[in-house]
Design a protein. Structure first.
Length: 197
């Protein structure tokens, strides 16, 4: 089970990235280039933490990173924009595919901005998406969102969608020899989380 990495004292920097598993196919005879999109594009984030204020904070962080390296970690995704409304939502209907995600359980008129992130919890794992076009929930509290990357699994009906505080979930990378109390207290711990699926 993935470990929720502590949020205090907050990162000094968190640099998001996008992994594109597709590619451009170029014609050997000078024809038109074509983009091959493949299922499996996902997000990654490089985090550098602030120094820890106390040895107790440092030890808790080092323990969490070591455990998350084995079991996977969950970390808040930096939302670069101000999100309107509050409350999370649910996937509206099973078997959705492609780049459209239908939600329900929203307040009427809740807006979603292009560039806003959401995470969906399905089968005990989070999947992160960016909203590709602005949208507004209708009077029934439903909305259809254009999202990237395309849906990697068929989310179950009613799966929780984290809107207020989306999170990335995946495995950790980093120089584990530097996950020490001394580094945590004096330099700042560093790690990368990449979505597993």
């Amino acid at each position: 089970m993935a470990i929720l990495i502590p949020s205090f004292p907050g990162p000094a920097s968190a640099v998001p990235g996008y992994l594109d598993w597709g590619g451009v196919i170029s014609s050997p005879l000078g024809g038109v280039d074509q983009k091959l999109n493949r299922l499996g594009d996902r997000f990654t984030i490089d985090v550098t933490m602030n120094t820890m204020p106390t040895p107790e904070d440092a030890t808790a962080w080092v323990a969490a990173l070591i455990q998350a390296q084995k079991d996977g970690g969950i970390f808040p995704w930096p939302q670069a924009i101000t999100v309107s409304g509050s409350g999370d939502a649910a996937v509206d209907g099973p078997g959705q595919a492609g780049t459209t995600l239908k939600l329900r359980g929203l307040s009427s008129g809740r807006t979603f901005l292009r560039g806003q992130f959401i995470s969906v919890i399905h089968g005990g794992r989070r999947y992160l998406h960016i909203i590709a076009a602005a949208a507004t929930a209708n009077s029934a509290g439903k909305v259809s969102l254009a999202v990237e990357p395309m849906l990697r699994v068929a989310y179950s009906d009613g799966a929780l969608v984290e809107i207020d505080e989306p999170k990335i979930e995946g495995f950790l990378e980093g120089n584990r020899r530097d996950w020490t109390i001394d580094v945590a207290m004096n330099i700042g711990l560093q790690f990368r989380i990449t979505e597993a699926e």
